[in-house]
Design a protein around this ligand. Structure first.
Ligand code: BG6
Length: 480
């Protein structure tokens, strides 16, 4: 496995710890080697020390031991190279040797602006043989046009079955559990549709700011960084029809149909159906944090959004008239990823104070699925009270270690299974829906609404729901 961007955050914080876990669990082939590539001149041993420092910080203490690390480090090599220089790929080829029968995985943990160059240089250097696979990190491009250009350049070198576009949300255990919940249980299917569901909320909040990714983030913003990929993928899994089989083509065919059914939000509709925000100074966990525009490598007059809320609509038979509310932001009050399915109230209220059922699927911080039902509170009279049918997945599967999303996905790449990766048309369909919204913000000068770090986002995001007498699910709600 060759990791371009080997000294970057992604490689050091996510990929190497995931590979270490796979090594420790005996899931890597004895011959597996990992070659990190980056521009900085350093020796193999310096890189190994850097990797060790980061892995120690990321891996739980009970799972890190020096012997296992030493054996893992034997697999780990480093080569300084500039991925934009074709000559450096000749050197890379020499370093790799001539064996053509090896499976080679090129992991592009770099800025998307390098994807096209890397693919074509690999081809010219004869390094993209039939056993080579390529893994692309999101975002694929920054617009439909740039995504198409990247996909075409990659497609000219690697056929689609060898291209793995990663969205780490699809590797999260509860996201896969969502599919199990929907397609391995008969209970929900009859009510999983318009007529029974009032609306759906998908919220992904973070307490972190942009950390040291300011220069990337300031060009991207929350829409490209989170909505175009993670949130739309979650939406697809909630909304798609049952695939015929659980294989790459069948699953992805169903997801594409949802992306294509998303009602475009264009022109002035962006003012009505979307809210963008940007954090100002505030407090997170009691600590003062600066406003977004004072973050490192961010423009002082930046109008990049760090928060987005959208009212989306899926134009098909199952979902006609059911709003899907999406919300994501940095520097919010809490870190959470959750999906709320809000059912409609019973058609006739027998007992006066009933509330509608809701199903809450929590991906983070804990993995939990809970169904809120109405029960009678003890004592005289029919006083109703919401009660939770709670499935805490971490408790239910206690003895089993929870895999990080990257562990699962890296293993899938090694095994050549692309079910949980985004197909070319999927990425492009997502951009086709996202681009007009970004354009609408631009055309109508919709600058981001300020919200204090540590809050729940701008109040306009609440209005998006309140005008329809709905509200975002927050932990302070009695029925949360
Ligand atoms: C990444 C984004 O894809 O996902 C980051 O680029 C974001 O900005 C991260 O912080 C969130 O992932 P998770 O797994 O922590 O929810």
């Amino acid at each position: 496995m060759l990791v371009f961007g080997g000294t970057g955050d992604l490689a050091l914080h996510k990929l190497l710890p995931a590979l270490y876990h796979l090594h420790r669990a005996g899931r890597l082939h004895a011959d597996t080697r990992i070659l990190a590539l980056a521009r900085s001149q350093q020796s193999r041993s310096t890189y190994q020390a850097l990797a060790e420092r980061h892995c120690r910080a990321q891996v739980a203490r009970s799972e890190f031991d020096t012997d296992t690390w030493a054996r893992f480090a034997e697999r780990l090599d480093y080569l300084p190279m500039d991925a934009s220089q074709s000559a450096d790929f000749g050197r890379l080829g020499k370093h790799l040797g001539t064996a053509q029968d090896r499976v080679r995985i090129y992991y592009l943990a770099t800025a998307p602006s390098l994807f096209e160059d890397i693919a074509s240089h690999l081809k010219i250097a004869g390094l993209a043989g039939p056993k080579a696979r390529i893994v692309l990190e999101k975002p694929i491009g920054h617009s439909l046009q740039s995504a198409q250009a990247i996909n075409a350049a990659i497609g000219a070198v690697f056929d689609e079955s060898r291209v793995f576009r990663i969205d780490h949300y699809l590797g999260k255990e509860t996201v896969q559990n969502l599919m199990a919940l929907r397609f391995a249980n008969a209970l929900f299917e009859p009510v999983w549709r318009t007529g029974h569901i009032d609306h759906v909320q998908i919220s992904v909040g973070e307490t972190l700011g942009v950390e040291n990714r300011g220069s990337y983030y300031d060009q991207a913003g929350a829409m490209r960084d989170m909505v175009q990929n993670h949130l739309l993928q979650l939406l697809c899994l909630v909304a798609m029809e049952a695939p015929v089989r659980f294989d790459a083509e069948s699953v992805r065919n169903e997801k594409v149909k949802i992306l294509e059914a998303l009602k475009p939000i264009t022109g002035l509709d962006v003012q009505d159906q979307t809210v963008r925000g940007q954090y100002t100074a505030g407090k997170i966990g009691g600590q003062e944090v600066p406003a977004y525009y004072f973050e490192r490598n961010v423009d002082n007059d930046s109008d990049t959004e760090t928060f987005v809320a959208i009212q989306a609509q899926i134009n098909n038979w199952r979902w006609a008239g059911v709003p899907f509310y999406l919300r994501t932001g940095k520097r919010l009050a809490r870190k959470t990823s959750e999906i709320l399915i809000q059912f409609k109230p019973v058609p006739h209220q027998l007992f006066g104070n009933g509330e509608a059922n809701r199903l809450l699927i929590r991906l983070q911080p804990e993995e939990r699925i809970s169904l809120q039902l109405m029960g009678k509170s003890p004592g005289k009279g029919m006083r109703l009270q919401p009660v939770e049918l709670d499935l805490n997945l971490a408790d239910a599967f206690q003895q089993q270690r929870r895999w990080d999303a990257y562990e699962r996905l890296l293993l899938d790449v090694i095994e050549g299974d692309s079910t949980l990766f985004m197909r070319r048309d999927e990425v492009e369909a997502a951009w086709r829906w996202v681009d007009p919204i970004i354009q609408g913000w631009h055309d109508h000068y919709q600058s981001p609404r300020p919200y204090a770090a540590g809050s729940n986002g701008p109040e306009q995001a609440d209005n998006l729901l309140e005008r329809h007498e709905r509200h975002w699910a927050e932990p302070q709600d009695p029925q949360y």
